[in-house]
Design a protein around this ligand. Structure first.
Ligand SMILES: Cc1cc2nc3c(=O)[nH]c(=O)nc-3n(C[C@H](O)[C@H](O)[C@H](O)COP(=O)(O)O)c2cc1C
Length: 323
């Protein structure tokens, strides 16, 4: 698959996830085999106003390459300006969010709101492509609703604007996260465009990755499946190459990676980040024996050193048990 100078065959991509796919999580996923990383979505208006949180979201560490910065907005001029701003951070490509289903954004006509106004989507993509030398890509959904699945014409339109790849979360905006992602659309989309197509939605295992690639798409993007199991990238690559399952990580490996991630998150965002970090415990601790007491303790502990101590004690107590 080619995007600008980037050439990777069948990449496994960490999905942009607001408040999740920050630099510490991205680096963990990279270490575990993710081929391309995306920033969290970043508001074009906030970038123009130089809001520190927005600027922090688009900061790239060189270790993260290849890396895409994702922007969103509802005005052509602001999106073009935001593209010029993020271009200075030298991403491998700039992605336009046309798929986030959150009501607040949709109501403003941005993100999945653009699925209701395809002319506007087209002019935003054109404006961004024109504003930057960086390759531009688009991430979207199948359409607004099951009665309005426009993805085939959207895909052709995106290609004609000069965008260099398309990611499709195979649900409609009205579905939100309900029901199943319908991967059968990937095969149909592939027939109408030549730019790379990245499939997305409901990948939770290496078997899913293989099935999605069998639709003919050029890459696979993984979101919640990576929160639940950051090893999914490594496991999928092993499975695709050898046709066998990689043995699951040991208790020690899980706890060591959890501690490494926690330390890096706190270094990056400060001690207050131990609260939002709680969403990551589920992935590291899933399937481990005697874990309910540990989970409940981790919810109560408020200092990094005591969390690390508790995790290390757990690893020691359980190291000879099979996970
Ligand atoms: C917590 C969370 C935050 C998300 N934030 C973004 C975002 O910033 N940009 C985006 O394009 N999609 C965002 N998404 C959607 C994901 O990128 C992805 O399209 C969706 O979760 C479906 O893929 P999955 O089934 O592999 O999770 C978010 C999803 C979640 C769960």
């Amino acid at each position: 698959m080619n995007i600008g100078r980037l050439q990777i065959d069948y990449p496994l991509i960490l999905a942009p996830m607001d408040e999740v796919s920050d630099m510490p999580f991205r680096l963990i996923c990279k270490e575990l085999g993710a081929d391309i990383l995306f920033s969290e979505f970043t508001s074009s208006e906030a970038l123009i106003r130089e809001v520190p949180k927005a600027l922090d979201k688009v900061l790239i560490s060189e270790k993260e390459r290849p890396f895409a910065i994702q922007i969103f907005g509802y005005q052509e001029e602001s999106m073009a300006e935001a593209a010029r701003i993020v271009e200075r951070f030298n991403p491998d490509f700039i992605d336009i969010n046309c798929g986030c289903s959150v009501r607040k954004h949709v109501a403003r006509g941005e993100c999945a709101g653009l699925l209701k106004d395809l002319k506007k989507m087209e002019s935003i993509v054109k404006a961004v492509v024109k504003a930057t030398k960086c390759p531009v890509t688009v991430k979207t959904r199948l359409g607004w609703s099951k009665e309005q699945i426009d993805i085939l014409s959207i895909a052709q339109m995106v290609e004609q604007t000069g965008a260099q790849a398309l990611t499709v979360h195979c649900r409609t905006r009205c579905q939100g996260y309900r029901g199943h992602a319908d991967w059968s659309w990937l095969e149909k989309i592939k027939k109408v465009i030549r730019i790379p197509l990245i499939g997305n939605g409901d990948i939770t295992s290496e078997v899913d990755v293989k099935k999605m690639l069998a639709t003919g798409c050029d890459g696979v993007m993984i979101g919640r499946g990576a929160i639940a199991n950051p090893w999914i990238f490594q496991q999928s690559k092993y499975f695709l190459k050898r046709g066998k399952f990689l043995p699951p990580p040991s208790i020690e490996q899980r706890i060591a990676l959890c501690i490494k991630h926690l330390k890096s998150a706190v270094d990056h965002k400060g001690e207050r980040y131990i609260y939002p970090f709680r969403k990551h415990y589920i992935g590291y601790l899933k399937g481990l024996p005697n874990v309910s007491q540990l989970r409940s303790d981790l919810m109560k502990l408020t200092e990094v050193h005591s969390i690390i101590q508790r995790l290390n004690d757990f690893a020691q107590e359980n190291s000879d048990k099979k996970n």
